[in-house]
Design a binder for this molecule. Structure first.
Ligand code: SF4
Length: 492
């Protein structure tokens, strides 16, 4: 993965700062609660939601199990339809390929469809360093780009901004990127949307190169699919002469018919719509219609390493709907920037440490960015057991162990700063395998309960600073069980 966000403080520090920002918390609370309620209603309309969820999970699992087969089939289909397929092992390779493709057109400007993959590899920053200007055309991405900001949500990257802030950004910045904001622009949604429409229109009409991602790629016929709400993506996909699509290798589905499942579950999970307003599909090139040159850049960037992890690989099922973000109590308070990645929220907490490894401070902290309440699993339309993967990754951080990095099996060392946790877990393991000692310890702890401190000393202070230490019961469950004959004598 690109190092764009790495170098940020670890999650607890970044989140600590974020929760003090009352405007941010108010913006996030309003937005996430509105969308989560709408989503619940949209999902409840479908009697077969559970079957659709299971079907989505199975299609994705099947595809991931046979990824090498479907990738080759996809390459053949795209090539037969007039496209050119490029393979990129990592972010640097993908950025180099895209830059060369743009240079070959002789252009120095591109218009972009909203794309997580291009954010993941830091494409805009790379193009800028190569004197190529990339214009984001999704409304929320435009706000982020004009505000020199970072995205904080998968679907609504500017979710942390309110209308007044957006109006100020438009007034201040639009002029230096193209058509300025109209005089007297207010914070009315209609006026803001019109200002963006006018600003973007001239970009669409001038652009010779478009860059996109894709929500899905169909192996059997080489078709790529983008779903969106605004229609700006469709302008980028149809007007330029050259289209470059940068897509993660896990976005494949085997057949056209498989889309039937995801085109029902994705819009309801993400925007609570029964169907997304714009579904664009394109297959290679067609004479005198749409882009006359089509390039597909398939990126690995840590995905095959994640695929090698039997527990963690389920993260590759993700269809980026963002439902898990909208229900997450941690995301709601900390906001997206604290995750230090373009993938925030629960999916970011499991995806980033797999794509980037757990060596950096921020990546080692991400599996802890959760209360493990399980709300993310409940809403996930492809049934990714995010809490299971979080616990799995916590174990990797604390204990180290086997993992795959750049295709090679390696033994990871435990991350720094977890010695106390490791010792505590070993002590717990010993105690649970020595019942007599455990019982004696529980009785001693019960008798001395009035002397227990309300917070932990030393390295445990960080843990108890944000939690109430639970009070020890006067009697352990085991003693109660023996005294009452398994509860049968309690009535006497
Ligand atoms: S993990 Fe599931 S809920 Fe979260 S974005 Fe991905 S598909 Fe949606």
């Amino acid at each position: 993965m690109s190092g764009t966000f790495v170098g940020m403080p670890a999650f607890p520090k970044a989140a600590h700062e974020a929760v003090r920002d009352t405007t941010l918390r108010a913006n996030l609370k309003h937005a996430t609660h509105t969308i989560r309620d709408k989503r619940a209603r949209a999902v409840a309309e479908l009697d077969d939601w559970a079957q659709l969820r299971e079907a989505g999970k199975q299609i994705k699992d099947h595809t991931l199990r046979h990824l090498e087969h479907y990738l080759v089939q996809l390459e053949e289909s795209v090539t037969a339809a007039g496209g050119v397929v490029h393979w990129a092992r990592d972010a640097a390779e993908a950025n180099r390929i895209v830059t060369e493709l743009v240079r070959e057109t002789g252009e120095s400007e591109v218009v972009k469809v909203k794309s997580m993959a291009t954010q993941e590899i830091g494409l805009n920053e790379h193009l800028e360093a190569e004197d190529i200007r990339a214009y984001e055309t999704d409304l929320a991405e435009l706000i982020v780009q004009l505000g020199k900001d970072r995205p904080s949500h998968i679907l609504v990257p500017a979710i942390h901004r309110n209308r007044g802030e957006i109006r100020d950004i438009f007034r201040r910045e639009m002029g230096s990127w193209g058509r300025p904001a109209p005089e007297g622009l207010t914070e009315s949604p209609a006026e803001l949307a019109e200002a963006a429409r006018l600003h973007l229109r001239e970009k669409f009409l001038r652009a010779k190169v478009g860059i996109s991602g894709a929500n899905f790629m169909v192996a059997e016929n080489g078709t790529l699919v983008v779903v969106e709400s605004e229609g700006n993506g469709r302008m980028c996909l149809t007007l330029p002469e050259t289209l470059i699509s940068v897509v993660g290798i896990e976005k494949i589905v085997p057949t056209w018919q498989d889309l039937e499942v995801f085109l029902q579950t994705l819009p309801r999970s993400s925007t609570a719509e029964r169907m997304n307003p714009y579904t664009s599909t394109w297959t290679g090139t067609t004479d005198a219609d749409g882009p006359q040159a089509f390039h597909l850049v398939l990126i690995d960037n840590g995905r095959t390493d994640a695929l090698a992890d039997e527990v963690g690989r389920q993260a590759l099922r993700c269809i980026r709907c963002s439902a898990c973000l909208n229900v997450c109590p941690v995301y709601e308070r900390a906001g997206g920037h604290a995750y230090g990645s373009v993938y925030p929220g629960p999916i970011g907490a499991i995806l980033s440490p797999q794509l980037r490894g757990t060596a950096s401070e921020i990546d080692a902290s991400l599996p802890y960015a959760s209360s493990l309440c399980g709300a993310c699993y409940e809403v996930c339309p492809v049934a990714i057991d995010i809490p299971e993967v979080l616990v799995h990754l916590r174990e990797r951080v604390v204990e180290g162990g086997e993992a795959t990095q750049r295709g090679t099996r390696v033994t990871l060392q435990p991350a720094k700063g977890h010695a106390v946790e490791r010792a505590a877990m070993r002590a717990a393991r010993w105690a649970f395998t020595h019942p007599a000692a455990l019982g004696a310890g529980q009785r001693l702890a019960a008798r001395t309960r009035r002397l227990h401190p309300r917070s932990l000393p030393g390295p445990g202070r960080a843990w108890s600073a944000t939690r109430d230490l639970p009070r020890f019961p006067a009697e352990s469950f085991r003693d109660w069980w023996q005294r009452t004959n398994g509860g049968k004598d309690t009535a006497k």
